[in-house]
Design a protein around this ligand. Structure first.
Ligand code: TYM
Length: 337
């Protein structure tokens, strides 16, 4: 259990694409940055999870390092938090196996992300790793005795499963794991696709034009925002039901400027959609320019990045190996003499 003075935070992100998108940032990473200041925070690039998506090795390698660079450029400070790559700490797989042996087949089959993805791909093209994916995620969280898990809305069910597995283990084998809470902020928890504002912005979206990628050029991102789908009517009003497109852009504008939704709405009183989209584009581009530059600069020194990751892995390993050994002990497994 976490008996430290500070609360533990853990979260992870997949390195499946060249760039994170604005949903990843506003739904999760922005909170990671805030939480590193007053918590004992662990953040990992979950490369093992990303193996569920087929990728060429050279792309995978580049994307993993680019993910680390983007996280630092967005504000993670490796001196304040523990930043590491999941596969550098083998205890993640080891605890996942234990939890797999506690998870019902029906329980895992009910995970909506698995259902959606496997339905789209068909059973012959769905890998078993996609099925056990949420259990590996539960291991990521329970290993660090995390109290809080900052994620977007789409991860709520996975956090529920993690809590269920932790509680099940504790009640069968004795108090071993801290039971975590999801840390899901209302604002930004679900950023939607610019072309289909009723669907979440997603790395696997059918069309790239609705997804704002953090590493894209200002020209591309400006164009995407200016051609975002808006709604009927002319007023810039936050109304998720009747005006999902405008509301999504207002959410983005408000999160990046730090203004409330009401203040953001006021900025556009009497103005049309054209002016509004132009202003949102400017805010997004101004926010992302230094991030992209910093990430590219960090990527020029791979040795430095790998050194930071090695320090992170060492700190993570110290916590993870203790939990794993407590788990094995609770199960009655014989430790090596
Ligand atoms: P991933 O890599 O798909 O997404 C990373 C984070 O971004 C959030 N997110 C969004 N938030 C708001 N609006 C959106 N449109 C949007 N799209 C994505 C996700 O909720 C997530 O927080 N399973 C996790 C990775 C993971 C993990 C963990 C998370 C593995 N182990 C342990 C927490 C703890 C995932 O798919 O993230």
């Amino acid at each position: 259990m976490n008996s430290g003075a500070k609360e533990r935070v853990l979260s992870g992100i997949q390195p499946t694409h060249e760039s994170f998108h604005l949903g990843n940032y506003l739904g999760a990473i922005k909170q990671w940055v805030d939480l590193q200041n007053s918590n004992d925070a662990f953040y990992c690039v979950v490369d093992l999870h990303a193996l569920t998506v087929e990728t060429k090795p050279e792309d995978f390698r580049r994307r993993t390092l680019s993910s680390v660079a983007q996280l630092i450029a967005l504000g993670l400070n490796p001196e304040k938090c523990t930043l590491f790559i999941q596969s550098h700490v083998p205890a993640h797989n080891q605890l996942a196996w234990v939890l797999e042996c506690l998870t019902g087949f029906g329980e895992a089959s009910r995970m909506t992300q698995f259902k959606d993805k496997s339905q789209k791909a068909g059973s012959d093209r769905t890998v078993v790793g996609l099925f056990t994916y949420p259990i590996l995620q539960a291991a990521d969280i329970l290993l660090y005795q995390a109290n809080k898990v900052p994620v977007g809305e789409d991860q709520r069910q996975h956090i529920e499963l993690t809590r269920d597995l932790g509680q099940r283990f504790n009640s069968k084998f004795g108090e071993t794991f801290t039971i975590p809470e999801g840390y899901i902020l209302k604002a930004g928890a679900k950023i939607n696709d610019l072309q289909d504002p009723t669907a979440k912005m997603s790395k696997s979206s059918a069309s790239a034009s609705g997804v704002i990628e953090l590493m894209d050029s200002p020209e591309i991102n400006t164009k995407k925002i200016k051609s975002a789908v808006t709604d009927t009517g002319r007023d810039v009003i936050f109304d998720e039901k009747e005006k999902p497109g405008v509301s999504n852009l207002l959410t983005i504008y408000s999160a990046l400027t730090g203004k409330t939704i009401a203040q953001s709405q006021e900025d556009f009183t009497g103005k049309g959609y054209g002016d509004f989209k132009g202003a949102v584009a400017e805010v997004v581009v101004d926010y992302l320019n230094p991030v992209r530059e910093k990430a590219n600069e960090l990527l020029e020194d791979e040795t430095h990045l790998k050194k930071l990751l090695s320090i992170g892995a060492e700190k993570a390993e110290a916590v993870a190996s203790k939990t794993l050994s407590d788990t094995y002990k609770a199960l009655g497994m014989i430790s090596r003499a």
